[in-house]
Structures are given as C-alpha cells and as structure tokens.
Design a binder for this molecule. Sequence first.
Ligand code: GLP
Length: 267
Amino acid sequence: MEIIIRPTAAHAARLVARLVVARVHAKPQLVLGCATGRTMDPVYAELVAAHRAGTVDLSGLTTFNLDEYVGLPPDDPRSYRHYMREQLFEPVGLPPGRTHLPDAMAVDLAAAAAAYEQRIASVGGIDLQLLGLGATGHIGFNEPLSSLMSRTREKALTPQTRQQNAELFGGDPEAVPKRAVTMGVGTILDAREVVMLVTGAAKAGVLAAATEGPITARISATALQLHRRCVVVVDEAAAAGLEGTEYYRFIYAEEPEWAPYRADPAL
Ligand code: GLP
C-alpha cells in the first residue's frame, strides 16, 4: 500500500482522475470498478472534462459499480445507477450494456449477486477499482464484521451508514434503505489495482485505522493492506491522524513512478 498526501481534496481528486486516464491510455478497453459517494463527485467531473477535452477517450470502458441499495429502481434519482448515469456513463457515452451495477431489484438477490460475480469474471476481472471510505470503515457496503473473503451479496446497513448517507434521502436516515447488494471484500481484493480516495477532516480517524491499524473485519478497508497494488490518495485534512506522513511524503516526492504527477502543479 502507498499513501499519497495532496494539499486539498481537489488536488487529490485530480490525481485519482489522472491515474485513471493513465490506465486508459495504456488499455483503452479498461475494466473500471466505480465507487459512489460525495468524495467521488470531483473525480468523475475531472474524467468527463478530460474526455470532452479529448485528452482521453473513455467510451471503451467497461464498468462495475461496488454496490446498489436494495429496492431502489434504476431510474430512482437516489439509486446509484442514476448517480452513475449522470456523473459518468451518459457524459462519456458508455453503452448501458457495458455499465454494470448489482441488480438490487431482483426477486432472488442471492442469484443476482452470483450473476454479478460471473459477469465480472466473464470480462476477465476488474483492472482498476476505485474506492471511497465509509464512516464505519467500510469499502463498498462491507459493514463491520463483513468477512474479509466475502463475495457480492446482500448486506444490512449500519445506523451510522444510513445517517451518513441520509443527505440524498431528504436528510432522514429512516428513509435510507436498510439493505444493499455490495461486492464483497474478496471481490474488491481480486481487482488488479485498487485506488482509494479519502478526503476531509471527518475521515481522519477512520483513515488512520484503515491504513495503519491492525487488519480486522471490524474495518473492512483494513483488508486493502493485503492487496499487492493499492494506492490511497488523501488530502491534508484526512491525513491529520496518520503517523507515517513523513515517509508517505517522501514516496510522492522521490519515487520515480510519481515523477510525471509531481511535475504537474494541478496535482
Ligand atoms: C457509501 C458507499 C461507499 C462510499 C461511502 C463514502 O456508503 N457505499 O462506497 O465510499 O458512501 O461516501 P462519501 O464519499 O459520501 O463520504
């Protein structure tokens, strides 16, 4: 795992977008794992801007989202399918057949979850998985005590998560669905590369636990410490609780792989 600290949330989001662009340049038919959440908004905005400017062509992507709320139809403005259509799929012209989210309206959710895993396998797996970090330390909707080997399945949401995500539901946590279908921690770890973006002072404590704390099912993001190729991009506010910042800053300032990025003042 590498932790990269940037001055602001905008710098951090631009760096994540730039990493995606670099991977698409290397492989135009990239299989991208997408995350939702407010943290990701500027990343998709940057990607759409780059696509429109002709810096990158994102129309060859195949995408798989982490999760979807149970019982929200795809055209519900609060569904993650709707969010993704608005933020990325339509602006870059992705055909619906190449954009995937778990089918959380299925009568048989277990069968739909298994089909999702098969679909990911059928395209050869996820090349790059984007992640945010939930207040409970979840990745996707892998709430505390999720098996670190779990696969896509239905999961009950914690009251804390429903509170955190209430904004889109008129501010009422009770209006947030109680369950979601989410990729498992094991599904996420199968991605060939993982990039997690964490910004804002409110995430400082959970970021430190996720990256520098012991691996535990109580915080599913700690499983990322086992991944061979995982970058965590954070802003200064989120980095406030980290102990190893001196080394993390050294990595970005000195390591050759980051040279093209640190040369750009926008990042
Ligand atoms: C939801 C999503 C997570 C996301 C989290 C953080 O719970 N299931 O994938 O990381 O929100 O949200 P935000 O970026 O709005 O803080």
